[in-house]
Design a protein around this ligand. Structure first.
Ligand code: GTP
Length: 568
């Protein structure tokens, strides 16, 4: 994968991750703020409701407690059949009836099981005794449970089906020290209270009231209310524990309830999983009625994902713009220079200068790399040029070596053959032809033998030099082999050829060549010639010169013999 898509992919990934982190983080912050404000609001609401809606209950409870504290009532309960005490007590009860908001009261005495009651319409003004409670009657179970539990106060919620109201029964123990003399109390219509307290204007908020056992007493959902809690076994209760999804949550709530009980009127919060959704719960203990109230905030409803739509949109647009800007910057500062660098490398590979593709004005890291590359490229090109020159020179030297005689520096036999063939090709257009001189040192073997091989070489070099001195620039001389030299003389004049042959014989003999011991080497030469004419072959021309040389040797050496031209 190319650099560009890789970078884009990486950046997109990083941005998405950071966007996700920001989103989660901001969601958490928003959630915390929401929870905080919800709890504060809830705390205030509880206080307000306590003042407003709960106050009547509290007042009734206080009044019922006061009634249970009445000496008159105690005296009668201890001596139920005493008519005077009874009438005084009933009068007392009557005054409480007027004060109770339900305008009703009841008194139940355990020894006799007698139940006394009068209602708002004063229906039983002279007939307060209503009936006798029986332990085996399920309807009377509440009374025996209260006595058995020995708790000072019981609040018992019961629907009054004929009246279509929900009644709260406030049951308070009538005591004399440890002795339980009876149960007194009143009823209270909870319908309005339930409506006020549990019907919340905001969806996603739910209030539940439950007692010390967790039995739900007030709920918006009537089916959740544990009516007549007092008469039921623990297993029959509809409890707050059943509202929670798992055991760990229940244990946590147990702990929270203890904390709430130790700090009445203060909200203690807990996260609960209820019906599969994450909910925030605030719990408050209401000591006056020995109840807990739990407000449940359903976060999925209160804080739906759609709340973050704008944030998502903003994050998406930001990521897109950031990607675009990053892409532009990446292209301008990295990818484009890299492409130019790549072009430069291609140019360099082809041996071209790179200045036209590598810009000189880029700054920073990439600019430095470009400038280093430019200098490196020009160095590479220079050294390549130097290398090429060196190779050319070396080739020329090698060619020279191929065609040169190492001892004398003259052409070797191969070099001369090429020149001869060249001349032979031009022979038809050159009717005067050219001349050949074939030279051979006389008794050269003796020089080697007598003065040594080095002296022989010296003689060969001196001969070559003399030859060079006598020929013209357009003539060619070679060492044909051993002590033989062949000269290609660019002339169509026989006499000039003869003249040169004789001069060379004279000059070589005349020349004093000395060895290391300063001894003069006896050097002379024999020479033969031939004239190349159109129609002759090279072999014939050379054979003529060779024959002439042979004659020069045969006739005493140190002489020149012109070759006889054989005509066809
Ligand atoms: N020092 C030296 N001697 C060479 C070289 N090449 C050939 N020779 C010698 O040259 C001699 C040539 O001898 P020949 O041409 O046979 O005979 P010559 O002694 O010259 O006698 P004539 O030609 O009959 O006058 C031989 O002794 C070779 O060893 C060389 O490069 N250096």
């Amino acid at each position: 994968m190319n650099l560009k898509p890789r970078f884009l992919l990486l950046t997109a990934l990083l941005m998405l991750l950071s966007g996700l982190a920001i989103w989660l983080f901001s969601q958490k912050i928003v959630l915390n703020v929401l929870q905080e404000s919800a709890l504060r609001q809830f705390e205030t609401q509880v206080k307000l409701e306590k003042e407003r809606s709960l106050q009547p209950i509290i007042r009734e409870v206080a009044l019922a407690r006061q009634l249970a504290d009445s000496q008159i009532l105690r005296r009668w309960a201890k001596d139920e059949n005493n008519e005077e005490k009874k009438q005084t007590a009933l009068a007392e009860l009557e005054s409480y009836r007027n004060n109770f908001s339900d305008h009703s009261y009841f008194v139940a005495l355990p020894d006799s099981g007698n139940y006394y009651h009068n209602n708002a319409s004063n229906e039983f003004a002279n007939d307060q005794y209503r009936y006798t409670l029986r332990a085996d009657n399920p309807n009377d179970r509440w009374f025996y449970s209260i006595i058995e539990q020995n708790r000072d106060i019981h609040l018992n919620v019961n629907p009054d089906i004929p009246l279509k109201v929900t009644k709260l029964w406030i049951d308070v123990l009538l005591r004399d020290g440890d002795q339980i003399l009876g149960v007194v109390g009143t009823g209270l219509d909870l319908t309005t209270f339930i409506q006020q307290f549990t019907t919340t204007p905001e969806p996603g908020i739910n209030n539940l009231f439950f007692d010390h056992e967790g039995a739900i007493q007030v709920s918006e959902d009537i089916s959740q209310i544990d009516f007549a809690s007092i008469t039921k076994d623990a297993s029959e209760h509809k409890t707050i524990w059943q509202q929670l999804d798992n055991e760990a949550q229940r244990a946590e709530l147990e702990h929270i309830l203890q904390t709430a009980r130790s700090r009445p009127d203060q909200v203690v919060s807990i996260h609960v999983e209820r019906n599969g959704s994450d909910q925030l719960a605030g719990v408050v203990y209401l000591p006056e009625v020995d109840w807990f109230v739990m407000t449940l905030l359903d976060l999925d409803i209160l804080l739906p994902l759609s709340t973050f739509n704008e944030l998502f949109l903003l994050a998406g647009v930001s990521i897109f713009i950031a990607l675009l800007l990053f892409n532009l910057a990446l292209n301008r500062y990295v990818l484009k220079p890299l492409r130019q660098l790549e072009n430069g490398i291609e140019q360099l590979r082809d041996g071209q200068p790179v200045n036209n593709v590598i810009p000189q004005h880029i700054h920073g890291d990439i600019g430095r790399i470009m400038s280093h590359f430019s200098s490196m490229a020009s160095e590479v090109l220079k050294s390549r040029e130097r290398l090429e020159i060196r190779v050319r020179q070396r080739t020329e030297e090698l060619e020279q070596l191929t065609y040169a005689d190492p001892v004398t520096g003259l052409l070797n036999r191969r070099g001369m053959m090429e020149q001869l063939q060249q001349q032979m090709k031009q022979l038809p257009q050159n009717p005067g032809g050219f001349g050949i001189l074939w030279l051979d040192l006389d008794r050269f073997k003796n020089i080697n033998d007598q003065y040594g091989h080095a002296a022989g070489d010296l003689a060969l070099k001196a001969t070559a030099q003399i030859i060079q001195d006598h020929i013209r620039p357009d003539d060619f001389a070679c060492r044909w082999g051993g002590d033989e030299f062949l000269l290609l003389i660019n002339t169509d004049q026989q006499f000039l050829l003869d003249q040169l042959g004789r001069r060379l014989c004279a000059a070589i003999q005349k020349h004093e060549i000395r060895n290391d011991l300063n001894e003069i080497l006896p050097l002379s030469i024999s020479a033969g010639s031939s004239r190349a004419m159109a129609g002759q072959s090279l072999n014939e021309i050379l054979a003529t010169a060779d024959q002439a040389l042979y004659e020069a040797k045969a006739s005493g050496r140190h002489r020149y013999c012109p070759g006889l031209i054989t005509s066809h």
